[in-house]
Design a protein. Structure first.
Length: 212
């Protein structure tokens, strides 16, 4: 870093978590004006998880390395390196990595509003800790993320996903009940239906009580 600017290459970023990494790109650079991150995944896995931007963000996805298959709304299409995919707020989007070392750069913000980070980067860090076998460190990261953000149904939802992946199923259902009771039904329904993190819970009778 020199005189307020920084130069990086994709290879400098590595894949979190490793000791030399500083978390996702937004955290690494301390971005304040807009959100930006780089994502990678194993072939056949989500490089962009299925989601909508309830925050109002519009996003630009740039496939900078490899190849992905994108789905935006009801349309699915191939996206080789060099493809730019602009997705407005409210549209469902996801992408699957089709080649090794696929990297997708995403930048976004809400039109007409000052950018504010929502803290999901810390959630990504927490799940990376869990995947690396540092389950308790991941829980701590989730608690830290929730502690300095406004109360929201998303906090217990994230805890439910984490426990379903790495911890206690009973705890996961407890958190999920809290999330469902506090969330607008038109927002959480899509997450319950499509979130791979919750797959471990779907064969439990308690799932029908919550998801209907």
């Amino acid at each position: 870093m020199s005189e307020g600017y920084e130069i990086l290459s994709l290879d400098d970023l590595g894949a979190y978590p490793r000791p030399q990494d500083d978390g996702p790109l937004l955290m690494r650079l301390g971005l304040k004006a807009f959100g930006a991150n780089c994502w990678t995944a194993d072939v056949g896995s989500h490089v962009v998880p299925r989601h909508e931007e309830d925050s109002g963000h519009e996003e630009l996805y740039v496939i900078v390395r490899g190849r992905a298959t994108f789905t935006v709304g009801d349309e699915t299409f191939g996206a080789p390196s060099g493809t730019l995919v602009h997705v407005p707020a409210g549209a469902t989007r996801e992408a699957i990595a089709e080649e090794p070392d696929t990297v997708v750069l995403v930048a976004g913000a809400t039109p007409g509003e000052a950018f504010q980070a929502f803290g999901w980067e810390e959630v990504v860090v927490a799940f990376a800790e869990g995947r690396a076998g540092r389950v308790e460190e991941g829980r701590t990261a989730l608690h830290d993320a929730a502690a300095h953000r406004p109360p929201s149904w998303e906090h217990p939802y994230n805890f439910a996903c984490y426990e379903a992946r790495f911890g206690d199923v009973d705890a996961a259902f407890g958190y999920l009940r809290e999330a469902v009771s506090g969330a607008p039904s038109d927002q959480i329904g899509g997450y319950l239906e499509g979130d791979d993190d919750l797959a471990r819970l779907r064969d439990d009778p308690r799932w029908q009580e919550l998801a209907g």
